[in-house]
Design a binder for this molecule. Structure first.
Ligand code: NDP
Length: 477
């Protein structure tokens, strides 16, 4: 099989390869991808540093053209790249194609943002002095991404970093190098000057750690677990470096007595179980008032019976496999923990066999859970959801906010009063009314509070807050 190499200083390099395995069929090798060393990471950082002066002063039309060309190619290849994504990560083909289209839209959005760069000119409070406020690129940005959105998350970090004139050292999760390699290849062929984007595929403990330890990264943007995020934060403070963290969630969806049952069940099924529950914005706590509780659980259980778990590429599959053996063990361990804590296993809980060997798990629903149980407090990151029964809206809001996390929160209700109150009082970065907690737009801010996020928001024009630094200049007339 062809070895897909790392991209350092505009050259494809690396000899040591790792097999990328399809979680729907562990007999299938999706491709072989180079494993970078700590020295490769150092070389990549040096290349990005050398490329920064020219790229940070490059013309906006050049940057616009490269980002636009990248968007166009991703869109033109959406079926092929979606297929690759489904095979390396396990989300269904329609979900994978949707994510690929999203990546193209993000590159397109930031191609536009390059042409909208602006500053401010103000009078000084002192006579005969002018004040200019401008945004400048930060320098070399380290990008570290997780496995669950193999093309969209790299896109939403790489596109703004380049648009605002930064150079990049990019380390994708070792489990999903294929889509990241494809993005680097497309950008390279779109004419990105050498050293502006460097791809170093490999282990977090080696390549990621070498990035954290480098004094030459001006900023790191990270998406992943809260544990790794804390290491990024500690190392960044040590090096006086700007950092941005997007981490876990334990997202609540409140279902009130007056909810439209169909809307509530569709939203809960979608955000709890689609993409195999492996979304940071997944609803893993369904907080249901007692008047609708039994009806809601019965309807959701009926819905779960109709969901097909199978090979991500098969037509008709609703839920693909879990990403790998380690994540599957985490999911089944938590299912055992839920039972030992006294929650009732209302649906699923078993691993399943399909035509090919893969990591298939039934969608799993716990009822009679409390908010103090570990299954309600800790991120499982699989198709495992607990239902918590509450008396009324006030208790529902209090339980929804009683979590270390604060990424996304939802409410299903027909009451304008409760919807409005929930939007104002939810302690989450994103709030959804009668919609799944997962599923966001690309042109508006994305991010959370508490242990879910740190630093400026990602996406949309708000991305400039992280990827630029503000300068205030005074001139005597
Ligand atoms: P991890 O934290 O395990 O990994 C994230 C990235 O960090 C990977 O590229 C990993 O490398 C790298 N890494 C690991 N150790 C180090 C280290 N010592 N130094 C530097 N980098 C390191 O998270 P997962 O990949 O398991 O992703 C799942 C998590 O991501 C979930 O908690 C989920 O909620 C969160 N997430 C958050 C989102 C958000 O926007 N809030 C969106 C998507 C996911 P490698 O794995 O290759 O070894």
């Amino acid at each position: 099989m062809t070895l897909h190499q790392n991209l350092i200083a505009g050259e494809w390099v690396g000899a040591d390869g790792v097999e990328n395995i399809n979680p729907s069929n562990t007999n299938e090798v999706v491709g072989v991808y180079a494993r970078a060393s700590a020295d490769d990471a150092k070389n990549a950082i040096a290349a990005a540093k050398a490329a920064f002066p020219a790229w940070s002063r490059s013309g906006i039309l050049e940057r616009h053209a490269i980002l636009k060309k990248t968007s166009d190619e991703i869109l033109a290849r959406k079926e092929e790249l979606g297929n690759l994504l489904a095979r390396e990560e396990g989300k269904t083909l329609p979900e994978a194609i949707g994510e690929t289209i999203r990546a193209a839209q993000i590159f397109d959005f930031f191609a536009g943002e390059v042409l909208r760069l602006s500053g401010e000119v103000l009078p000084s409070v002192r006579p005969n002095i002018g004040v200019e406020i401008t945004r400048e690129p930060i320098g070399v940005v380290g990008i570290i991404t997780p496995w669950n959105f193999p093309i969209a998350i790299p896109a939403w970090k790489i596109a703004p970093a380049l648009a605002y004139g930064n150079t990049i050292v990019f380390k994708p999760a070792e489990l999903v190098p294929a889509c990241s390699w494809a993005i680097a290849d497309i950008l390279h062929r779109a004419g990105l000057p050498k050293g502006v984007l460097n791809l170093v595929m490999g282990k977090g403990s080696v390549v990621g750690q070498a990035m954290l330890d480098s004094p030459d990264l001006a900023a790191i943007t990270f998406t992943g677990s809260t544990g790794t995020g804390k290491r990024v934060a500690a190392a960044s403070i040590e090096h006086n470096r700007k950092f941005q963290l997007e981490m876990g969630g334990k997202n609540p969806m409140v279902v009130l007595d007056d909810a439209d049952l169909t809307v509530a069940v569709e939203a809960a099924a979608n955000s709890g179980f689609f993409s195999t529950g492996q979304r940071c914005t997944a609803s893993s706590r369904l907080i249901v008032t007692e008047g609708i509780h039994d009806k809601f659980v019965a309807a959701l259980t009926e819905k779960l019976k109709t969901l097909v778990v199978d090979d991500a590429l098969k037509a008709g599959t609703h839920i693909g496999p879990v990403v790998d053996a380690g994540q599957l063990k985490q999911d089944t361990d938590y299912i055992a923990i839920g039972q030992s804590e006294g929650a009732k296993l209302a649906f699923g809980g078993e691993t399943i066999s399909r035509d090919n060997p893969g990591f298939f798990l039934q969608p799993t629903l716990f009822t009679e859970a409390t908010n103090q149980m570990r299954i309600s407090r800790e991120e499982i990151f699989g198709p495992v959801v607990s239902v918590i029964r509450v008396k009324n809206y006030d208790e529902a809001l209090s339980v929804a906010n009683d979590t270390p996390f604060g990424l996304s929160a939802g409410i299903a209700t027909t009451s304008l009063k409760h919807a409005t109150h929930f939007k104002r009082n939810s302690e989450a970065g994103m709030v959804m009314v009668n919609l799944p907690t997962a599923g966001v737009d690309f042109h508006v801010p994305f991010g959370g509070r508490k242990a879910s996020s740190f630093g400026p928001r990602e996406q949309g024009k708000y991305a400039s807050e992280f990827f630029t630094v503000v300068k205030t200049a005074y001139t005597l007339a």
